[in-house]
Ligand binder design. Structure first.
Ligand SMILES: Cc1ncc(COP(=O)(O)O)c(C=O)c1O
Length: 467
C-alpha cells in the first residue's frame, strides 16, 4: 500500500483509497477516479483543488445538485432530534414523506414502503405484487437492455449483458422481452410509434402464452431507460392497457426517471392519469442522493390486498429517519424551486442543442430523450448502416478517451457502451450547460478525427460505469 493520499496522476486520484477500497462497476487495477471533497450546485470539488462540472448527476441521482443547503439542514435537524427508530415503529419524517409521495403521484389511498435504494425497491415491488396477487411464484416480465439493480434478484430482473452470467432468471421467475428500441427496432418496425406498439404487444403475447394467472407483474421503465433506450410515446399506454385487461400488475421503475429527470414528477405522468401503474419504485432523486433511500409506492388496490397479511420483509434501515428527512426536504426543494418544470424546459433546449451537434458530427447516429434533462447520444461508425461505434456493451477506446479528456477539462460525462448519457442536475446554470455542450462539440470533432485517421483498432474496452 502506497500510503500516499495525494494524487500524482493529475486527476485527484487518491492512492491510499485505490489500495484499500473495492470500487463498484470498475476494473480495480484501472481505477483512476478523482477524490471529491465538496460540491455546490452542478459542480464538484476535488481533493486536488479542481472544479468538475457534473453532466450526469453522478449516477443520475444528484438531481438537486450537490450539497443542497435545505436538504443538508434537514438532515442536521433530524440528527439532532432522532437518528433512528426501527421501521416497524413510527417516525414523523417517514409519515410526512409518504404522504407527500402519495400526493405527488396521485396514488390515492395507496401506501409507501421505504427501502435503502433502487435494487431493493424493485425486489420489494415484486414481492408485494406476488403477495397481493396471490401468485407466490408468478412470473415477472421485464425487458432486455434494462437495468433494475445489482443485487441478485434485481440483476435477474435486469436485461444487462454484462451481468447475465450470474443473473438466474429461471430461479427468480423472470421472463424477458425485447425493448422498444426504435433506432434498432427488434420487431423491424419502420416508425418509432409502431416499434413501441409492437413491443407492448409482445408483452401481451408473453402474458397470453404463460397464462395471465401465472404472471404476477410486468416491470419496465416508462420513458427514458438507464440503459439508453427511450420508449416511444405509444409504448407505456399500450402496456398499461394490456396489463389491465389481463389483471397483471404493472410496476414502473422510476428509480432513474423520477423526480423531474423526464420532465414530470414521475415519468409515467407524461401519459396522463389513465397510465398510472399499480406499483412504482423510487430511489436516486428521492433524496437527490443526499442520503440513501428508496421506496415502493403501492396503489390502493395493492395496499388493500396486503392490509390483512403479515409483511414478511424489511431491512433494518428501511425508512431511516435521517434519510426520510432528506427526502422530505428534497421534495420540498423540487417544488419550491420549480425544478420539474425547469427540467422540462432546459431538457428541450439541451435536446435542440444536441440535434445541432448531430448535424455537425456524423459519428452521432441518433439523439433521443429531451423530455427533461436526460438525453442519449448514440454513436455509430457509419450513419447509413447504423453500425454501432462498438458492439454493445463494450466501449470503444476513443469514447473512453473522450471521457478522460472531458474530465481533464473539468466536465464529467457518463457513457455506457456506444452511448453518451447526459443527465445534469436540474439546477445546472444555463451557462454551465452551454459550456459543457461546447466542450462536447470539440471533443466529438476530435473523436471523429481519431476514427478516420487511425486504422480503427477494434479493441473495445471494458464497458462503461453503471449508474
Ligand atoms: C432504472 C434503475 N432501476 C434500479 C436501479 C438500482 O438502484 P440502486 O443502485 O439504488 O440499487 C438503477 C440504478 O442505476 C436504475 O437506474
Amino acid at each position: 500500500m502506497s500510503g500516499n493520499t495525494s494524487s500524482n496522476t493529475g486527476n485527484g486520484m487518491d492512492h491510499a483509497e485505490r489500495d484499500s477500497v473495492l470500487h463498484s462497476w470498475c476494473v480495480q487495477d484501472r481505477w483512476n477516479a478523482p477524490t471529491i471533497v465538496g460540491g455546490e450546485g452542478a459542480r464538484l470539488f476535488s481533493a486536488d483543488g479542481r472544479t468538475i462540472l457534473d453532466m450526469s448527476s453522478l449516477a443520475e441521482c444528484s438531481n438537486l445538485g450537490h450539497q443542497h443547503p435545505k436538504v443538508v439542514a434537514a438532515i442536521r435537524r433530524q440528527a439532532q432530534e432522532l437518528c433512528f427508530v426501527t421501521s416497524a415503529w413510527g417516525a414523523r419524517a417517514r409519515a410526512q414523506l409518504a404522504a407527500m409521495l402519495l400526493e405527488k403521484s396521485a396514488f390515492e389511498s395507496g401506501r409507501v414502503f421505504f427501502t435503502l435504494g433502487g435494487a431493493d425497491a424493485n425486489e420489494h415491488a415484486v414481492k408485494f405484487a406476488r403477495q397481493a396477487a396471490g401468485k407466490a411464484h408468478g412470473w415477472v416480465i421485464t425487458r432486455d437492455r434494462s437495468y433494475h439493480g445489482a443485487s441478485y434478484a434485481a440483476a435477474a430482473l435486469s436485461g444487462d449483458a454484462r451481468t447475465a452470467a450470474f443473473a438466474d432468471r429461471e430461479a427468480f421467475r423472470v421472463l424477458q422481452v425485447p425493448p422498444p428500441y426504435a433506432y434498432r427496432c427488434p420487431f423491424g418496425s419502420a416508425s418509432a410509434q409502431d416499434c413501441g406498439t409492437a413491443a407492448a404487444a409482445q408483452v401481451e403475447a408473453v402474458i397470453r402464452a404463460h397464462g395471465a394467472a401465472q404472471v404476477a407483474a410486468v416491470m419496465m421503465e416508462p420513458d427514458a431507460g438507464t440503459n439508453g433506450i427511450v420508449a416511444p410515446d405509444s409504448y407505456w399506454p399500450a402496456l398499461r392497457e394490456a396489463t389491465r385487461v389481463h389483471g397483471v400488475f404493472l410496476v414502473a421503475d422510476e428509480v432513474m426517471s423520477g423526480f423531474g429527470r423526464c420532465g414530470e414528477w414521475f415519468a409515467w405522468q407524461r401519459y396522463g392519469r389513465s397510465a398510472q401503474p399499480d406499483l412504482m419504485t423510487l430511489a436516486k432523486g428521492l433524496t437527490g442522493a443526499h442520503a440513501p433511500l428508496g421506496a415502493v409506492v403501492l396503489s390502493a388496490q395493492v395496499a388493500r390486498a396486503l392490509e390483512p397479511q403479515m409483511l414478511l420483509t424489511g431491512l433494518t434501515y428501511c425508512g431511516h429517519p435521517l434519510c426520510c428527512a432528506a427526502g422530505l426536504a428534497a421534495l420540498q426543494a423540487y417544488e419550491d424551486e420549480g425544478l420539474i418544470a425547469r427540467s422540462r424546459k432546459l431538457g428541450q433546449e439541451m435536446f435542440q442543442s444536441l440535434l445541432g451537434l448531430a448535424a455537425r458530427h456524423p459519428v452521432i447516429g441518433e439523439v433521443r430523450g429531451g423530455h427533461g434533462l436526460f438525453a442519449v447520444i448514440e454513436l455509430v461508425r457509419d450513419r447509413a448502416s447504423r453500425e454501432p461505434l462498438s458492439p454493445w456493451p463494450a466501449m470503444h477506446p476513443a469514447l473512453q478517451q473522450l471521457l478522460q479528456e472531458a474530465l481533464a477539462a473539468g466536465v464529467s460525462f457518463a457513457a455506457r457502451g456506444n452511448l453518451l448519457l447526459l443527465a445534469p442536475p436540474l439546477v445546472i446554470a444555463e451557462r454551465e450547460l452551454g459550456d459543457a455542450l461546447a466542450l462536447l462539440d470539440g471533443l466529438l470533432a476530435r473523436l471523429s478525427a481519431t476514427l478516420t485517421t487511425t486504422a480503427d483498432s477494434d479493441r473495445p474496452g471494458a464497458g462503461g460505469a453503471r449508474s
